[in-house]
Design a protein around this ligand. Sequence first.
Ligand SMILES: NC(=O)C1=CN([C@@H]2O[C@H](COP(=O)(O)OP(=O)(O)OC[C@H]3O[C@@H](n4cnc5c(N)ncnc54)[C@H](OP(=O)(O)O)[C@@H]3O)[C@@H](O)[C@H]2O)[C@@H](O)CC1
Ligand SMILES: Nc1ncnc2c1ncn2[C@@H]1O[C@H](COP(=O)(O)OP(=O)(O)O)[C@@H](O)[C@H]1O
Ligand SMILES: [K+]
Length: 503
Amino acid sequence: MALEILTPQEMGRVDRLAIKQGPLSGIALMERAGAAVADIVFERFPDAGRIDVLCGPGNNGGDGYVAATILAASGYHVALWTDGDPRAGSDAEIAARNCILKRQPLEQYQPLPGGIVVDALYGAGLERPLQGTARAVAEKVGAAGLPVVAVDLPSGLSGLSGEALGTTFRAAVTVTFARKKPGHLLYPGRAFCGELVVRDIGISDAVVKEIGSQTFENLPALWIDDFPRPPADTYKYSRGHVGVFSGGPAATGAARLSAMAAARSGAGAVTLLSPPASLAVNAVHLTSIILRRIDGPDDAQAFLDQRKPSALVAGPGLGTDNDMAALLATVVQPASAARRVVVLDADALTIIAQEPAKWFGSFALDGAHATILTPHEGEFGRLFPEIHADKSLSKLEKARAAAKSAHSIIVYKGPDTVIANPEGRAAINSNGTPLLATAGSGDVLSGIIAGLAGQGMSPFEAACAGAWLHAEAAHTFGPGLIAEDLPSMLPRVLTRLLRQRAP
Ligand SMILES: NC(=O)C1=CN([C@@H]2O[C@H](COP(=O)(O)OP(=O)(O)OC[C@H]3O[C@@H](n4cnc5c(N)ncnc54)[C@H](OP(=O)(O)O)[C@@H]3O)[C@@H](O)[C@H]2O)[C@@H](O)CC1
Ligand SMILES: Nc1ncnc2c1ncn2[C@@H]1O[C@H](COP(=O)(O)OP(=O)(O)O)[C@@H](O)[C@H]1O
Ligand SMILES: [K+]
């Protein structure tokens, strides 16, 4: 399974290395890329009355010349519109030379009803907004609502960040080559791409590996080998013991959601740590979850020393007053010998955001201990104001920078959740669903991550698996989902996942 995501720059290096190592030349790769585009047109639009192929001056245009040639030879009515000549000496120049279709100036192009558009204006090389004719054409095509097949990327989109650099084509299908790029998975890019198809053009996995990308699509293959498999002779505490801190009586539900999610993720024991005032309300709502009274930091320390939980969740419904800040200080200190992963969310992030540098300095991340922060957009902005405001960084790069500065694993949530560690390893989640935009779903995510990390899964992998399982649970339930439904969907999702993994 090809999991690497390549930046446009890395893709350029892959292209050059593949050409250097052979056996395929640049024009051979381009012929395969153009053929892949033509294939998608055959598959998705077999009855297209007319195909307008728009070619830019770079190699993206080269793919367009190849696709136009194949489509015309197959009997389609193809019109070729070009925005300048291909650059001299480029592979695109060879592709243009091999294309016998008449070239028409792009400024004369007018959308025709019933047609489809192949957008081969700009791909990986676009670095500034579309201007002049290209921009006017993007606007015309958008207004006409014609189906667009984008070559590599919809023109106008940054392949690096997924940002629209300006006016951007909106594709029905995007055909990219070898590997996905960040802009295909990060919003708003993902929406501009429509259906995304990745086609092999003969670039070997070994060449991609040599580039050493540190970004991956968050799919089970990324972490399944590390997924918890309890041995036959396990018992409840060795199967993972997760402690979840509850807040005051008016806000106990969030912590219970986390606790239930941790339990459903396979943790052998989950203890809800409750302030005295919330004990009664928590008690009436809990059955399999253990309830323990915690009246301040000393009690919390006693729990940590006695029970040695392997993972903790603090933040959902915790409250942000000074007492909770003191409790949090106890929670985040590195465990002496015992392995422990601490997942901080919601109110814990609000407390930390008041003095980020102090808190970040206390977070430990080594083989045995880790801190995982799970901010949504607003929390991320409060925790990392400078990184958040830096317009030159993509969401992916922001998550990486935040992980480094906080010595933590960051789960930067949203429709395109990014998980990053301080060493620069990062994953982009691709199975998100707007069904998850429901109160309390983040609390469930924290619990799943803690449940997996508590069972011994490596923290980065646990965070990735948590984000994937969370969205998969939402898909499995479907419309009408509320946060309470997510934990009870996990058994089905886990069954499917583990069945697939069986040899
Ligand atoms: N053999 C290969 O290498 C293969 C490559 N493949 C294909 O190549 C594509 C990448 O090709 P590419 O690097 O030539 O980039 P592409 O996007 O076509 O052109 C960008 C050039 O245009 C210019 N420019 C930039 N922005 C501009 C703007 N707003 N308005 C006007 N001009 C603008 C800028 O030049 P500048 O003006 O800066 O001199 C820049 O250099 C890739 O997406 C894939 O489809 C596949 O076939 C596989 C084999
Ligand atoms: N439009 C969306 N598409 C996919 N996932 C989403 C969307 N909106 C929210 N989510 C996910 O739902 C969860 C919401 O978390 P959060 O904002 O902390 O909610 P809460 O505080 O109510 O628990 C996150 O995992 C986030 O990634
Ligand atoms: K394009």
